[in-house]
Design a protein around this ligand. Structure first.
Ligand SMILES: O=C(O)[C@H](O)[C@@H](O)[C@H](O)[C@H](O)COP(=O)(O)O
Length: 323
């Protein structure tokens, strides 16, 4: 079943195979129960789930705790008793979005992080999802990657390949790993060039508001310090407003050299799942969701995460223990 391989060609060679198979773009995204897009009257809501639940914010959810908000992004928090329950819910959430975007857009663009996220995706490689998802529509990207060879133990590609990609029939030409023969600067530039081609060919959608690429689903992990992707607290890269992909050579989390999507790209996504289980995340979760403040009162990177349509937190009891 494995179709991706650590010896995949460079990003651009993978791109060329993708370009031969442009997805069909059909109708706009109208069939989901999306949050209101009326800025003046938009809603933010929070609901605690103890198990598997529906995919999208719906009127039923909104009836529970709806608050007026300045943003039209819907925000939802799911707290699970166990990692197993979290993984089940995340698989259903992802599979439902896959189904929707595959049917309505002809492609499903999914952005992965490194870290514990990949383990949280484990239910996708099991029945019923492994057989029911239309994997041929998936296009896989990384929100950040360590500048190391693809077969290196620190590679986010290798982590995802070993734990997820090798077990599902995603087309190798739809897996956009970084070009590991390049420097950090070169790899970031190469990845941005790749994304531009994919936007031009409509594989990746574009935000009508920001004009940055609009990925269908971004699956983000979060560090104990509140970092997302390779955007760390207090780092100047947090304020990058032009580039789509940039690089860092002084990452406080090893290894130091990485490439990363910028906030304009992250926040142009349609959906973001913030997957942050574990006690080490409790302080940052409290800062982001419980009204706490960070050690030096600075805004944490995770607090800047605001996709165009919906943000869903996937937490376990330990991560939510201070809420
Ligand atoms: O390459 C990376 O280091 C990641 O993309 C990073 O942003 C990760 O998602 C968080 O550090 C959370 O990692 P954990 O889930 O393992 O804590």
């Amino acid at each position: 079943m494995a179709s991706a391989s650590p010896s995949l060609p460079s990003t651009l060679r993978m791109l060329s195979s993708t370009l031969q198979r442009p997805p069909k773009i059909s109708s706009p995204l109208l069939s989901l129960s999306l949050p209101s897009k009326t800025p003046a009257l938009s809603l933010r809501f929070t609901q605690i789930f103890s198990g598997v639940s529906g995919l999208h914010p719906t009127k039923k959810h909104l009836g529970l705790r709806a608050l007026a908000s300045a943003t039209d992004m819907a925000s939802e928090k799911r707290v699970f008793d166990s990692g197993e329950d979290l993984a089940v819910s995340l698989a259903k959430y992802t599979a439902d979005l896959s189904d929707h975007f595959a049917k309505n857009r002809g492609a499903f663009t999914v952005v992965l992080s490194g870290g514990s996220l990949i383990k949280c995706l484990r239910k996708l490689v099991e029945p019923p999802y492994v057989d029911s998802i239309d994997w041929s529509k998936w296009h896989v990207f990384w929100v950040d990657e360590r500048v190391v060879p693809k077969d290196h133990v620190d590679s986010n590609y290798k982590l995802a390949y070993d734990g997820f990609l090798s077990q599902v029939p995603i087309l190798p030409g739809h897996v956009y790993a970084i070009n590991d023969a390049l420097s950090a600067e070169g790899a970031a530039e190469d990845y941005e060039t790749c994304l531009k081609h994919l936007v031009n060919t409509k594989v990746v959608d574009v935000s009508a508001t920001s004009r940055f690429p609009k990925f269908d689903l971004m699956l983000l992990g979060m560090g104990p310090d509140g970092h997302v992707a390779s955007l760390f607290p207090g780092h100047p890269l947090l304020n990058e407003s032009q580039k789509w992909v940039t690089y860092i050579k002084d990452s406080p989390k090893p290894p130091p050299e990485r490439i990363t999507f910028t906030f304009p790209v992250i926040n142009s996504s349609a959906y973001i799942a913030l997957v942050a289980p574990g006690a080490s995340k409790a302080d940052a979760v409290y800062t982001a969701l419980g009204g706490g403040s960070s050690q030096n009162s600075e805004t944490l990177p995770v607090q800047r995460v605001a996709p165009e349509w919906a943000l869903t937190w996937f937490l376990d009891k330990d991560a939510a223990s201070k809420l």
